[in-house]
Design a protein around this ligand. Sequence first.
Ligand code: XMP
Length: 321
Amino acid sequence: MKVEEITFEMLDAEKFIEEQCEEISRLVGDGFAVNALSGGVDSSVVTMLGHKALGNRLKTYFIDNGIMRKNEPEQVGSLFKTLGVSIEIIDAREQFFSALKGLTDPEEKREAITQTFYRDLFGDLVKKSGATYLLQGTIFTDVEETVAGIKRQHNILTQLGIDTQEQFGYTLIEPLISLRKTGVRKVGEALGLPESMYNRPPFPGPALATRVIGEVTPEKIELVREATAIVEEELAKSGAFQYLAILHEDKVTGIRSGKRDYGHQIEVRCWDSTNAQVATPTELSFDVLHRLATRITTEVPGVVSVTYNIASKPTSTIEAL
Ligand code: XMP
């Protein structure tokens, strides 16, 4: 299926919402659909759109995969409650960590996450709930990068020729597939999401697993989660497109309390971009960089070194994997 882009300039958000609601209702008919909310912009917008179209015939799950940001399940759950959308939290931490065990290759890690989401969890949830459709927030950029062979984005299935009905027992509905991030934000605003949600920096579906180099373990996720919280707090007012922390696999020699400390390295990335296709590192002041390094090395256990990525995309990419 060829996807046509709707540019930000072409987008009439109200009309888009009306058309997508009609299409979702037409497809689902009298049946049921499910969707997964991750707290990212795209899945939040799809959740609002799906509830507008289907009301109680859409069941929304928050899959706690263990690789989310700090306090994310609680915060997302309470925000959507205030918006009148109830969410069921599924504890799937064990499933994800065991699927990721022993994997170091980036694409194998992505594939393990895809299979755990779509085959294991959704296969089950869809069966139990009697739903026939899964709504998800795939956007134009996700398709482009996967089809170009840059990264296998976790949510790309149909565009790679995967028949979800045959393989997993449900059909995908992807109402945002023709939009880029700026268009999705415009639709989120028109749907009444708070600005703190529709203007949130992007966050990838495979979550903090895209920010751990090498094997993903609960301990490494905990380190990168703490570093991410510091980076997000310090750079919230930077105006940058996206900012993140990456945990490196190699340890390096450092000094703590006058003694050798063989510890972890965190890499900070902060990007200027409009559509994530190309990006340049934000020219952060040395004061800001210094504060980041001080906080990360004192607040994240075992970290002795902090670097800042000064390469652009391309050749770099926004996430580490
Ligand atoms: P990259 O790292 O490819 O990221 O330069 C481009 C944008 O996409 C986000 N990203 C993902 N989003 N599933 C998603 O939903 C994924 O598998 C995925 N990988 C990267 C990334 O955060 C950035 O905004």
